[in-house]
Design a protein around this ligand. Structure first.
Ligand code: PHE
Length: 344
């Protein structure tokens, strides 16, 4: 029996020496030391031995078991360390690597410009018209008729205005001025509002013109509003938008819905009036149309022109952004080229 034990010990020992992994170690432990393992089946024979032999063989069996446990543990620890090191090596994070670049979205320059202009007018006491009173899909009634535009006016031509197919009199608005009518139909003076939004014109697209663009409409109707008020508000707007007071020029003009009408020029910000490419050599930049609300328009919405008067103005957002940032092509706003958009 002693011999048997020693044989098992030797074979277990050589198995342990040959083991190559934790799995091998587990298999050896199972084979020799588990309840159904080889040692246990021999230990079962102990009960048939003499008391004397029981003691010596029993002690030997215990010693051999302990030795094997020790050998298994030593080997196990080696493999465990090795596997752990491999794992750490493999999963290691290099904290010196630079992070991945996450590009950050920005507010579109036209939105920025609109917000800036809107806030200037809010500070001057204007409020923004709700969007229901300023629809992009409009009727001729609001875009033209109520604004005193004659039936045969060239702006109504399909060459200039987009008509909605199969819907007579429905158009994509060509100006934000229709908002004036919506507001005056629903509100009584004093009215002091602005209305930013998109407008559409059937244009050939080039560096200066796109077939849609953005306008900001303004309307101020109250008792005793004069052309002097219009000038004051416009000059203040120009000072705040361009950052300093600039020479302005009110050029006499014509719009069917204002009388008198004016187009307002500012001195060219590029050449300070000397004449350059941006201002086509004139030294002046046209920035908006304006005028005193026509008596016919007031009458049309039931406002008594003997009691009330008002002024209106309309400006192109693209144009104002182009002048301020010296952008020479309107199409840049709509190409979605990040290299352009990132600069704002
Ligand atoms: N609606 C005019 C345009 O698009 C601008 C304007 C608005 C002029 C208000 C006078 C008053 O050109």
């Amino acid at each position: 029996m002693k011999e048997q034990l020693e044989n098992i010990y030797n074979s277990a020992k050589s198995d342990i020496e040959k083991a190559e992994s934790i799995n091998d170690i587990d298999a050896i432990r199972l084979r020799y030391l588990s309840r159904k393992g080889e040692f246990n089946s021999i230990k079962k024979g102990l009960k048939d031995l003499s008391d004397e032999d029981k003691r010596t063989i029993g002690a030997l069996a215990n010693k051999i078991t302990q030795d094997l446990e020790l050998l298994l543990k030593e080997k196990y620890d080696i493999f465990y360390q090795k596997e752990l090191n491999e794992k750490l090596q493999h999963d290691r994070i290099d904290i010196t690597l630079s992070g991945k670049y996450v590009s950050q979205g920005k507010v579109h320059p036209l939105t920025q410009t609109t917000k800036e202009i809107v806030s200037i007018f809010q500070n001057l006491g204007f409020s923004v018209v709700s969007s229901e009173l300023s629809p992009e899909v409009e009727t001729e009634y609001y875009n033209f008729d109520m604004l005193n535009v004659p039936k045969d006016h060239p702006a109504r031509d399909v060459q200039d205005t987009f008509y909605v197919k199969d819907m007579p009199n429905v158009i994509l608005r060509s100006q934000t001025s229709g908002a004036q009518i919506h507001v005056m139909e629903t509100q009584k003076p004093p009215i002091k509002v602005i209305s930013p939004g998109r407008v559409y014109r059937n244009e050939n697209i080039n560096a200066r013109k796109n077939n849609f663009f953005h306008q900001i409409e303004g309307l101020y109707v109250d008792k005793d509003i004069t052309f002097g008020d219009l000038k004051g508000v416009m000059n203040e707007f120009i000072r705040l938008y361009f950052g300093s007071a600039r020479p302005t020029r009110f050029r006499s003009s014509f719009f069917p819905f204002t009388e008198p009408s004016a187009e307002i020029d500012v001195q060219c910000i590029m050449c300070q009036g000397k004449g350059c490419k941006i201002c086509s050599g004139t030294g002046w930049l046209e920035i908006l149309g304006a005028g005193m609300v026509d008596v016919n328009v007031l009458k049309g919405v039931g406002i008594d022109p003997d009691v009330y008067s008002g002024f209106a103005f309309g400006m192109g957002v693209e144009r104002l952004a182009m002048l301020k940032y010296a952008i020479d092509d309107i199409r840049l706003f709509f190409n979605n080229d990040k290299r352009f958009l990132e600069q704002f």
